[in-house]
Design a binder for this molecule. Structure first.
Ligand code: ATP
Length: 595
């Protein structure tokens, strides 16, 4: 019941906020349509009595009224449907926006690591289409309640015992509630199996993984595993659906018995001469309506209970998102230019939901205008450090200072607006070439000159000629016939996106050349040195990059060597080589391998 009430209040508030004029129009149409039903039964009663009494004129009039009311009921239904449709569209759009806000409304991304976030998001995305029906259900249920009320009053005028007839509709409703909960529990319990099965199906049918699947010959294994997961989840759901259907049928049998009883009662009273034939017709017509109303109410209730669960899930997604941290001291904007630089002070960090520290007590000073390279073995914590500096995670302890100001004191997005970044798992945006680059600095998205300059900075200007449609050509085949790019070309687009950022204070590039060929890498680093020098001169920007290639690492002013989450050495290439520590060892190994 709580889920149902939650859904009703959520949907009414959402509709009121998004389009109250349409909501009121739909409500008026529904009400007129639903009121026409009991009025038709009353007109039918009077028609029968007039016809049996030989009052031809009155019978004609009531007959006409019955026909007009029936037409009215049908027409209103159609018009109301149109309004629901428009309302549903607007609501679904509002819900899309709400989900995007939940995912991206805060500075951090911890919620993506929290247990169950992805699973719940999958369930909510699946339920969105049904949420639009829920708006219609709320309105229809309101109309139905008014209709049941009027029907009960009219039935009571024939025989007070008939008041009990709508009450007989309650057992099916209560049983239906319990059945729906059973189905929902089964859905939640099988969510991870369903998700895994979908993931396996996607793996087996997506071009990017098809090559390896074919070569490793694991199609059958994948299909078998996918089938097993799907069967397990379908079996569980099927059992729950069957139990729910049997329980619902039992509930409806209770009503069927009451309906039969009502007819026997009124026919006996007519035989005894206590009521007229018109009243018998009225009861037959209305009692049928009651059964239709109960069945419709059940359907609407189960739609709304499903919606209630989706509303609760949206709420639980919202709860998992950690709000932006309270500013430490007076909130302020990021500085126009870096003067002293960035300091990490005793920074330790563990990912949410884990108890392992990935960074341990890191203290480093990064001078303004410097270039910094992070090196270390896989899993040493390089990408994590980059993400912390971008403000996507907060240190578990310690602090990050920008010109002496705690990152948590910087207002809203003011720091992130000044960070240009390329992540190791950069986004492949299957949108227009222009959008892929331009979203790095949205105000300049429409400027051909700026987008082309960013592409040139990332050594990717040739893509304008290669992609059909040039800057306005589509990339990828996810939904359209766009150009397919190579891994290195996608990475260059990620770099160009970072290059669009105006006046960055931090240029953070996580393995920017991992997919590039040696000559592209060489040209990229030359261009990177030029742009980071320019940014250092104009705003004191820091350029930070991670790389496993020591030939590029050596160009950095400061190299930080990470091992097991700690900075074990730092200095210039010459200083670190002279120390003969881990850096010199890794450098030597790589040099020997390329000899
Ligand atoms: N979202 C996450 N949740 C939990 N643990 C994570 C997450 N991302 C990374 N880790 C863990 O944190 C550790 C450091 O990962 P990180 O990606 O920072 O290493 P890295 O030095 O960049 O490695 P590589 O050279 O392979 O890119 C790893 O042990 C990894 O398993």
């Amino acid at each position: 019941m709580k889920a149902f009430l939650h859904a009703v209040s959520f949907l009414v508030r959402l509709s009121w906020r998004t389009d109250r004029a349409r909501l009121l129009k739909a409500f008026a149409l529904v009400m007129v349509g639903y009121l026409a039903t009991p009025l038709t039964a009353l007109a039918l009663r009077d028609f029968t009595n007039a016809a049996l009494g030989g009052e031809t004129g009155a019978a004609r009039l009531y007959g006409l009224a019955t026909a007009v009311l029936l037409i009215f009921e049908l027409l209103m239904g159609h018009f109301a449907h149109l309004t629901y449709f428009e309302l549903g569209e607007i609501e679904e759009e509002a819900l899309h926006a709400e989900l995007v806000r939940i995912c991206n409304g805060t500075r951090g991304i911890e919620h993506f690591d929290s247990a169950g976030f992805a699973e719940t998001m999958t369930l909510v995305r699946e339920e969105l289409g049904r949420m639009r029906l829920a708006v219609e259900a709320v309105l229809q249920l309101t109309g139905l309640l008014v209709q049941v009320l009027i029907t009960t009053v009219v039935l009571a005028t024939v025989d007070p015992w008939l008041v009990l007839l709508p009450l007989a509709g309650f057992p099916p409703v209560l049983i239906s509630n319990a059945s729906q909960r059973l189905v929902d529990r089964a859905k939640t319990a099988s969510a991870s199996a369903t998700q895994l099965s979908r993931h396996l199906l996607e793996l087996a049918t997506t071009g990017s993984s098809a090559k390896e699947i074919k070569l490793f010959g694991i199609e059958e294994r994948l299909i078998g595993r996918q089938r097993a997961e799907w069967d397990a989840s379908a079996r569980r759901l099927g059992r729950a659906q069957l139990t729910a259907a049997a329980a619902r049928a039992a509930g409806q049998a209770v009503f069927a018995a009451a309906y039969g009883g009502a007819l026997v009662l009124v026919v006996r009273r007519a035989v005894d001469g206590q009521v007229n034939v018109g009243s018998v017709v009225l009861v037959i017509a209305l009692a049928v309506q009651v059964s239709v109303q109960v069945a419709a109410g059940l359907g609407l209730l189960s739609t709304l209970q499903g919606a209630g669960l989706a509303v609760e899930r949206i709420g639980s997604l919202r709860d998992r998102v950690r709000p932006d941290p309270e500013p430490v001291g007076d909130p302020q904007d990021a500085p126009a230019r870096l003067r002293s630089g960035i300091r990490l002070e005793n920074v330790s960090f563990g990912y949410p939901g884990t108890d392992r520290l990935v960074l341990r007590d890191v203290t480093v000073d990064i001078p303004a205008g410097s270039s910094v390279a992070l090196v270390g073995e896989n899993g040493a914590g390089k990408s994590t450090l980059v993400k912390l500096l971008c403000g996507l995670y907060e240190p578990s302890s310690g602090r990050i200072l920008v010109d002496g100001v705690d990152l948590r004191s910087l207002r809203g997005r003011s720091w992130q607006d000044r960070v240009a970044m390329l992540f190791q798992d950069f986004a492949r945006l299957e949108l227009l070439l222009r959008e892929n680059v331009g979203i790095g600095h949205v105000p300049a998205l429409g400027s051909d000159a700026e987008v082309r300059a960013a592409l040139a900075g990332a050594q990717a200007e040739d893509l304008v000629a290669k992609v059909p449609g040039g800057l306005d050509g589509l990339l990828g085949r996810a939904y359209g016939d766009g150009a397919e790019l190579s891994g290195g070309q996608w990475q260059k687009l990620g770099l160009a996106r970072a290059g669009m950022r105006g006046r960055p204070l931090l240029l953070a590039l996580d393995e920017p050349a991992s997919a590039l060929d040696p000559s592209a890498e060489h040209r990229l680093f030359e261009s990177l040195v030029a742009s980071s020098d320019a940014a250092a001169r104009t705003v004191g920007a820091v350029t930070l990059f991670t790389s496993h290639r020591f030939s590029t690492v050596r160009i950095a002013d400061l190299i930080l060597v990470l091992d097991g989450g700690s900075v074990v050495a730092s200095g210039s290439h010459q200083e670190l080589m002279a120390e003969q520590g881990l850096y010199a060892e890794l450098f030597g190994m790589q040099a020997r391998a390329y000899r």
